[in-house]
Design a protein around this ligand. Structure first.
Ligand SMILES: [Zn+2]
Ligand SMILES: [Zn+2]
Length: 364
């Protein structure tokens, strides 16, 4: 019987990948569809993909599949056919190829069964995430988004919205997707007749959100196919007006891909226009926040005077300070207290609540 899991240690796997000479293609994909027996589905897929030297992580749940993988370029077509054949619903599934990836991010195949492919906190058995809204391609998005009776809803987190979003888009001000779902329903409850367009980075969150809106009685629900990534790619390719402004935040070294030259956000320290995310260089903090070049210089890449000082302490002392400190989710959020600081008077940006563009909800 073929092995269903890796039996070789991590370091050796990594060395083997680095020694490969053939280039790898990195792709991501997802699909909401009913999988009766995720465990059996997983095992069968693992054997087929391992034979094609696929690396990366794939989640399988009763609600569908979500993966980000790399595959040797010569096996790419075989990989696609394998996935297409794994279930009828996967035939023709959209593959997002990462264009500027060196293919070196993964060195083992991890295929896991999970309760959900995107955690949503919903335990209503009648909710069907595969019953989704209508896909919008870039051109269709531009047409519908311009109509006065359309509401555009950003289903990402605040730090993503802050540096870039679609014109007129409203955000759903919560830190987690699971809280955003009921909140979106509540925010829009008086606007059930309007066109609701939902979007996110790559489509996986807004697609589920669209299904949740339909589940809650909304009728005209749409979502951007492939998310901002695909929208921007297609809009550029087809020379369409780009209605997304600023940067698309992504979790790689760049922390965001510039879509237009607009700078929508401010340095969290001095308030100057800036949309460069960074992680605080203090190992005891690592706060994700926006910092301009001047402040980066002044605070040596740290988020505050306190962190700059702490970073300069001998390693042992830094470690002692970190012990027992709970940093919580380390993303800049105006409603949260910074763990290193009692008062945050030196943070210039102090909006009480997340700003919601009222024009979008009133349709003006
Ligand atoms: Zn600054
Ligand atoms: Zn810090």
């Amino acid at each position: 019987m073929p092995a269903l899991y890796n039996r070789i240690n991590n370091e050796e796997l990594k060395q083997r990948m680095l020694a490969e000479t053939e280039p790898r293609t990195t792709v991501s994909f997802y699909k909401y569809f009913q999988i009766e027996d995720p465990k059996a589905f997983r095992d069968k897929l693992y054997i087929a993909l391992a034979a094609l030297k696929v690396f990366g992580r794939i989640y399988v749940a009763t609600e569908g599949i979500n993966g980000q993988i790399s595959v040797p370029a010569s096996n790419y077509e075989a990989f696609k056919s394998t996935l297409y054949a794994a279930a009828p619903e996967l035939n023709g599934i959209r593959m997002n190829i990462a264009l500027d990836d060196d293919g070196k991010s993964f060195w083992a195949l991890r295929l896991k069964v999970r309760p959900k492919i995107v955690a949503d906190g919903i335990d209503d058995p009648t909710f069907d995430p595969s019953h989704t809204g209508v896909y919008l391609k870039a051109k269709e998005y531009n047409e519908l988004a311009q109509q006065p009776d359309t509401i555009i809803v950003d289903m990402r987190n605040h730090y993503e919205y802050e540096v870039g979003h679609f014109e007129r888009a409203i955000e759903v001000p919560s830190d987690t997707f699971r809280d955003q779902l009921p909140m979106a329903v509540d925010m829009l409850k008086d606007q059930r007749d309007k066109n609701i367009i939902m979007y996110c980075t790559g489509g996986i969150r807004c697609e589920k959100a669209s299904a949740y809106m339909l589940h809650n009685g909304f009728k005209n629900v749409f979502h951007v196919e492939g998310g901002i990534i695909e929208y921007a790619r297609k809009a550029k390719e087809q020379n369409l007006p780009i209605l997304f402004k600023g940067k698309n935040f992504v979790f790689d070294e760049r922390l965001g891909e510039r879509i237009t030259d607009d700078i929508l956000s401010e340095c969290h320290i001095c308030g100057k226009p800036c949309d460069t995310h960074t992680n605080c260089k203090n190992d005891g903090c690592h706060l994700l926040f926006i910092q301009c070049a001047d402040c980066a210089e002044k605070y040596k890449g740290c988020c505050s005077e306190e962190c700059r000082e702490e970073k300069n302490l001998p390693p042992d002392e830094q470690k002692a300070r970190r012990a027992g400190r709970d940093n919580g989710p380390m993303i800049f959020n105006k409603s949260k207290e910074h763990p290193l600081r009692k008062h945050r008077d030196n943070w210039k940006v102090q909006r009480e609540t997340v700003e919601i563009h009222q024009t979008a909800t009133t349709g003006q």
